[in-house]
Ligand binder design. Structure first.
Ligand code: SF4
Ligand code: SF4
Length: 100
């Protein structure tokens, strides 16, 4: 089930889908905890890329190596703080700190 209202930072996910490799097995749709994929015409499609938390589950389980993502903690703590405080997530990557 997709968590309602939980968002990652816009347009920053490293998730990549190579549809030319996709065999339409549907595993990514099943394993993704954030409802990033749907299957249409026997092909995976990214329907909500900004919901991706880069957990790596889809790429790890894709039997056709059609998915790539740089899995890691990323800016997860900033995002969780944003959720808890009701503000926009801000990991402040621009200030040369050891962020991420
Ligand atoms: S797990 Fe891979 S092969 Fe299966 S539907 Fe998703 S992208 Fe396509
Ligand atoms: S990396 Fe995780 S959250 Fe992102 S699309 Fe894959 S399974 Fe979903």
């Amino acid at each position: 089930m997709k968590p309602v209202g939980l968002r990652y930072l816009k347009n920053v996910t490293t998730l990549q889908l190579d549809q030319s490799k996709c065999i339409g097995c549907g595993v990514c749709e099943k394993v993704c905890p954030h409802g990033v994929f749907t299957l249409k015409d026997n092909q995976a499609q990214v329907v909500d890329g900004d919901a991706c938390i880069e957990c790596g589950g889809c790429a790890l389980n894709c039997p056709a190596e059609a998915l790539q993502v740089q899995a890691g903690v990323g800016c997860a703590s900033a995002i969780i703080k944003g959720w808890l405080s009701g503000s926009e997530p801000n990991c402040d990557c621009s200030n040369d700190s050891n962020c991420c």
